[in-house]
Design a binder for this molecule. Structure first.
Ligand code: SIN
Ligand code: FE2
Length: 417
């Protein structure tokens, strides 16, 4: 048995292909997004299942470990269950968790190679295969990497643990691996298809080593970045953008100074922001179609309201949502959001797709601006004393995103009228 220690986990790799040592004690608990079952063998946690109800989870466990005695034992698993739920809900390590990892010899090699990638670096499948001395085995490496359907990078580890009783599953598709029901999943964070290289690269920042990542970054007394806040609803947001675009297409607007914006823009909600040679303003009708802007989808309004609340602004009810689309090279120069009637309400800005560097300055254009990297799912909220701070976006680098390709979509929610 080889054991490796990392910040939050102790990995105990069993002899390849060997079975879990039973009995397995298990407990079921509630995470924000669904139910979680944690199973522990003689060596450590050997199963983490996610689902909608306790019975379904027990069935999954029985199916995965058909010949092993299973004992419901809520008190004995209380600590591990809470640790796992803390990871799921807060991406936070609360103590060290012993993992009992099975799998085939090849899978174990791949997983150990993943453990060896320094935190924050990425590797393609091809690179992992080369590092293992089997450059031709790119597909096999891909098959051994946890599937993208796991709700958080941490939980990808559970997939490895789940392989334990059943090495034969190695060749199976991810569909046959127990995972979080579609409606409850976050976006995959751990495994990011690198479209430019037609391979999949691994974001190892949190795959096998979870760093205590602060989910909030304060930018001012009333301005904050909420990391990953929008991730749970991305699957609903993106189809909604398509519906908006079908009614009010993205367009490159012209500023009063005659400059054509590099960012393409559309709106949804009762009011939409526009600019032309006559000035900046909000209108109820899309000047290009002569029709009202598309209505704001409920999921948008809910997300904006919850993000504002998390930042300390209660009862935010936006009536305008600008949808910005950035292609590589697009930028937004420093500006204040001041065409709204009501400065009491905050601005809520949601980032999707390619990463960007957000600039957050002071109350004068010439004040120094901090550079804030924004990733898929991050939300920035600024209001109160920070409401009129200058902000902008640096020219976007081309770093294609798994879901959105070479674009960044940003929503800014406002109370305009
Ligand atoms: C804006 O200031 O309107 C958009 C900011 C962003 O794209 O992050
Ligand atoms: Fe703005």
């Amino acid at each position: 048995m080889k054991t490796r220690s990392f910040s939050a986990f102790k990995y105990s790799f069993r002899a390849p292909g060997s079975r879990v040592e039973g009995p397995i004690r298990f407990a079921v608990g509630q995470a924000v997004l669904g139910m979680v079952l944690v199973g522990r063998s003689q060596r450590g946690i050997c199963a983490i299942f996610l689902g909608k109800d306790a019975q379904g989870l027990r069935d999954q466990l029985a199916e995965a470990f058909p010949d092993i005695e299973l004992l419901a034992d809520q008190p004995a698993l209380a600590r591990e269950l809470n640790q796992v739920i803390a990871f799921i809900d807060k991406d936070q390590a609360e103590g060290v968790l012993d993992l009992d990892i099975g799998g085939t010899a090849f899978q174990q090699k791949v997983w150990q190679a993943l453990c060896g990638i320094p935190s924050g670096q990425t590797r393609s499948y091809g690179e992992v295969a080369r590092d293992l001395g089997v450059p031709e085995a790119v597909r096999a490496v891909a098959g051994a990497v946890p599937p993208t359907c796991w709700p958080s990078p941490f939980l990808a580890i559970a997939w490895c643990a789940v392989m334990a009783p059943c090495p034969a599953i190695a060749g199976a598709s991810s569909a046959s691996v127990p995972c979080w029901p579609r409606s409850l999943r976050h976006e995959p964070l751990a495994v990011v298809p690198d479209l430019s290289r037609r391979e999949v690269s691994m974001e190892t920042r949190a795959l096998f080593e979870v760093t205590a990542r602060d989910p909030r970054q304060r930018l001012g007394p009333a301005a904050v970045v909420l990391r990953g806040f929008a991730l749970p609803c991305v699957r609903e947001l993106m189809p909604a953008v398509e519906n908006i675009e079908a009614v009010s297409p993205f367009r490159h607007m012209v500023t009063p100074g005659g400059f054509t914006m590099s960012v393409a823009l559309t709106n949804c909600g009762a009011l939409g922001w526009t600019t032309d040679r006559r000035g900046y303003r909000y209108t109820a009708v899309d000047p290009e179609t002569g029709e009202p802007w598309p209505r704001m989808p409920d999921v948008f309004a809910r997300l904006a309201n919850k993000a504002a609340e998390a930042a300390g602004f209660e009862h935010f009810e936006p009536d305008a949502c600008l949808v910005n689309r950035y292609a590589p090279g697009a930028r937004l120069s420093l500006h204040q959001d001041k065409n709204e009637r009501d400065y009491d309400a905050p601005i809520v800005s949601v980032s999707l797709g390619m990463p960007a560097t957000f600039l957050f300055g002071g109350h004068a254009r010439t004040d120094a601006a901090v550079k804030v990297p924004l990733h898929h799912g991050d939300v920035v909220v600024w209001g109160g004393v920070d409401r009129l701070r200058y902000h902008g976006v640096m020219p976007l680098k081309d770093a294609p995103h798994a879901l959105l390709g070479s674009q960044r979509i940003n929503f800014t929610f406002r109370k305009a009228g």
